[in-house]
Structure formats: C-alpha cells, structure tokens
Ligand binder design. Structure first.
Ligand code: UD1
Ligand code: MG
Length: 471
C-alpha cells in the first residue's frame, strides 16, 4: 500500500463495528458471522483493514460477543464490548478505553461491508490527510438509496449532515448520495463529539452519523468524499442483500480465475470459495462447487456436478462427472469418478485411479494403483501398481473399533473380495474372486476360499410346479 504509507503522517486507529443484532437478517447468528464466498463478513473487513497497517485495530462486539471474538481469533485484533446495542455512536464510544491517549486519525467501518477494498480505504485516508480534514465521510451515489443514510449538502457542495432514511423528509429521501458508514475522524474530536450525542431520532439510538453535523457546527474542516463504485461499499442487512452480494462476489472470483488462465464451461453455475486456488489451463465443468481451502493444480479437467471441499489436487488430474471430494489429496495425473467419493484424509498417489461408485475414506492409494468399480476402501494403505477388483470391501469396523488394512505393491484383489481388518496382504499376493480374507497373506501367495459349487439340473421347473400347487 505505497499510497497509504505516503500520506499516513500520523498513526491510524481502526474501529470496526460488529456488536449489532442484525435484526433484519432474522437469524440466531450474529450478522457479521454470515458468510460470503465461504468467509465471514467480519473476517473480510478485518483483513482489509489490516492491509492499511493501523497502529491499533479494535472490533466492537456485543450481540453474541463470544462467537464473534472466536471468529476473529486468528486475526490478532483487540476487542471492546458494547453491553447494550444502543446505536452506532454508542458502539464507537465503547472503544474509548482502547484508544485512551491515542493521537491520530480514527478509521471507523461497519463490519457489514464485505466487498470494501483496502485500495478504496487507502485513497479515502489519503484524501483526508491531503485536505487536513477533521472529519471525512465516505459516500456513494445509488439509484436506489433504500434504507441508507442520506448525505445532505449545502448549495455550495459542502456537507451539512447525514440523515437516516427513517428520519428524513420526502425531499431528503430523494437524495441519492448515501452514507457508506465509513469515516475518518481526528481522535480527539471523535471522542468528545460522541459524549455529546443525543438519541433524538426515530429509533431512539445514539447515531454515529450525528458527528458529521457536530463537526460542521464547530466549524471544523469536514468532507464528504464520493467513491465511484457504489457496489463495493454496500452493507449487508438482509438475506436478500447477502444473496445479491454473493452473486456479485462469485462473478468477481470467476473473472479473477479466468484472467489467471482457468476455463469455465458454464461459468455462472460454478461456486468458488474465497480461499480456493486454481492453476492455469484447468477446465471446470458446469455445476462444480469448490469450497474451503481447496488447491487445484494446472491442466486439470473437472467434468461437472462435483463437490470439492478442502482438497489438494495436483496437476493433470481428471475428475469425472458427479464426484464428491472432501479433506483429500489427489496426486498429479490421478483420476476420480464418475460417482466416486473421497473423504477424511484420503490420498490418491500420482497416476492412481478410482472409478465408478468407489468410496475411499482415510486411506492411501499408491502410485498407478487402480480401483475402478464399486469398492469401499476405508482405513487402508495400498501400495503401488495394485488392482482392486469390483466389489472389494475393506471391513474396517467391528462394531467397536476401526482397524487397518495394508495391501502391498502389485497385489491383485479379485472381484467381490471382503478384507477383514486388521489385515496385511503382502506384495505380489493374488486374491481370488469372491474371497473373504481373514488372515495375513504372505508375499507372492494365492489366497482363495475353498467351497463346492453345485449345479442341479431341472431345479427351476420343479420349484415352479411346487409353488403352483401351494398357491
Ligand atoms: C448505518 C448508518 C447509515 C449508513 C449505513 C451504511 C447509522 C445511524 N446509520 O445504518 O447512515 O447508510 O450504516 O451501511 O450509523 N452496530 C453496533 N452496535 C449498535 C448498532 C450497530 O455495533 O448498537 C454495528 C452493526 O453490527 C453494524 C454497524 O454497526 O456492523 C452498522 O449497523 P447497522 O444496523 O447495519 O446500520 P445501518 O442501518 O445499516
Ligand atoms: Mg448496515
């Protein structure tokens, strides 16, 4: 942030407001903990503010304080508690102690503006410093100003005050310049102005917005700074707004990955997590969900209708249609599906292949090993170049405990095999079709169950006759 450092002559303090109930969300969960592209709204705002390198960053918590603090645990922030939610002005006042003796400017931001960028913030702070303002408020033009506070300016363009939609006259409501809820204020003025706030408005709350008129009345340099992109500074107040913002963010993420060399066959149907990364020349088919901290390499092909969460996928990996992958790793040149499921720390080594209706749980499938049809592989370690036949099942659970199955290199597991764990099948062993293996198999051995096969000629006709007589 070169331009921030240049203008940031004095220390910058940040206050993020996150104590409100978010009544309009109709949620048990605090509003700022709702997710956008898989990341809590508040985490986004905190991370954006960190990029400005403030000397103090305080998050005001109140409603569901413990849960909100827990969500910001990794972000190294300080918290202030607003015991009762009596408005945005009261919320900022709750952080007074954390800024005792602080000299400098305060950047105040609501925790519900998740698309805000550090670039816009840095420009705003730079403008504030360049004009030696006491108070600056960031504003935007909206064709539909809805419930936002309106920015009232004098005929000469100078900002006069901010009025909330529900306190505004019809004429004031027709104003399209809105308050983004982002302010830069000299600390000494801010805290003295907060002490003088009165809850004389439609909601009976202490409005932070009233400090604008207070600064103007005191004859202090006060600025309303218009930002060009009104979508970036949108607040989330309802589920509908959150859904619209998700659409916007998903579009931005897809554009970002397309610019980085990723192809989408039907871009609008793909869901991307904020934390996912995708390598160039990877092609992503329709209805693919890429969630959590997923890393996808380059030149992969993901056919579509697939759910991937917290997975690491190498280069040149093929994921066929309709696959579910969570908490798993797929090595370079491996392939999965169609209709396969990997979970709980499953690993496909390079060039390994799993196919139709194969489930792999907490197991490693070695290099160039194949399990192409109808298998359950759980708590197993399989070596390289082995072949797991159709209908193979690792019986890993005895009703009390999970047990491990170890299968060596180049082992041939015949179709319809049950492997009763704990069990070790050593290298180059050969398991005949339809075998139940209960004991360890030495290297290079053949294992099969002895059983007699009987063929009874004419049996079906006799059975039918008998049934007819009974019926
Ligand atoms: C506020 C502004 C409005 C502006 C809009 C921009 C006021 C009075 N109004 O309205 O002019 O257009 O933001 O998005 O400031 N909060 C607390 N404690 C409280 C109340 C709120 O911490 O007692 C927090 C909320 O958690 C939220 C933020 O303050 O993160 C803003 O509160 P919200 O209720 O969303 O205010 P708006 O009605 O959107
Ligand atoms: Mg809001």
């Amino acid at each position: 942030m070169a331009d921030t450092d240049q203008h940031q002559a004095q220390p910058l303090g940040v206050i993020i407001l996150a104590a409100g109930k978010g009544t309009r969300m109709r949620s048990e969960r605090a509003k700022v903990l709702h997710h956008l592209a898989g990341k809590p709204l508040l985490t986004r705002v905190v991370q954006t503010c960190h990029r400005l390198h403030p000397s103090r960053l305080v998050v005001v918590v109140g409603h569901q304080a413990a849960a909100v603090q827990e969500a910001c645990r990794e972000d190294g922030v300080v918290f202030a508690l607003q015991k009762e939610q009596r408005g945005t002005g009261d919320a900022v006042r709750a952080a007074t102690q954390q800024f005792a003796g602080f000299r400098g400017d305060m950047l105040i931001i609501s925790g519900d503006v998740p698309l805000l960028t550090s670039r816009t913030l840095a420009r705003f702070v730079a403008d504030h410093h360049a004009h030696r303002a006491t108070l600056s408020v960031l504003t935007a033009q909206r064709t539909d100003p809805a419930q936002y506070g309106r920015v009232i300016r004098h005929a000469n363009g100078q900002v006069v005050r901010i009025v909330e939609a529900r306190d505004a006259s019809a004429q004031e409501r027709s104003v399209r310049e809105i308050n983004t809820g982002i302010y830069c204020v000299a600390a000494d003025f801010l805290f003295s102005a907060l002490d003088r706030l009165q809850p004389t408005n439609a909601q009976g709350e202490y409005y932070l917005t009233d400090i604008v008129a207070a600064a103007v009345r005191a004859g202090l340099p006060t600025r309303a700074v218009l930002t060009p992109d009104c979508h970036e500074v949108e607040g989330v107040n309802s589920r509908q707004e959150l859904a619209r913002m998700e659409t916007t963010r998903q579009e931005q993420l897809r554009r970002q990955w397309m610019d980085a060399g990723v192809s989408f066959e039907d871009a609008q149907t793909v869901y991307l997590s904020e934390e996912a990364t995708i390598g160039p020349d990877t092609v992503i088919g329709p209805n693919t969900h890429i969630k959590g901290k997923t890393v996808i390499g380059s030149n992969c092909q993901i056919d579509g209708n697939t759910y991937i969460e917290n997975c690491t996928i190498g280069d040149n990996v093929r994921i066929y249609f309709s696959v579910v992958l969570s908490d798993s790793q797929l090595g370079d040149n491996s392939s999965a599906g169609p209709f396969s499921h990997m979970r709980g720390g499953a690993v496909l080594a390079p060039h390994a292949e799993i196919g139709n209706f194969v489930e792999v749980k907490k197991s490693t499938i070695g290099e160039r090993t194949k399990a192409k049809h109808l298998a359950y592989i759980g708590d197993a370690e399989i070596g390289r170049e082995a072949n797991i036949g159709a209908g193979t099942i690792t019986c890993n659970y005895d009703g009390f405990r999970k047990h491990k199955t170890r299968i060596g290199d180049r082992v041939q597991v015949g179709s319809d095999t049950t492997l009763v764990a704990p069990l070790t099948v050593n290298d180059d062993a050969y398991i005949a079709t339809a075998t139940t293996v209960r004991q360890d198999v030495p290297a290079g051995a053949l294992v099969f169950n002895r059983r007699q096969e009987e063929v009874r000629e004419g049996w079906t006709a006799a059975k039918r006759d008998k049934e007819k007589k009974i019926g």
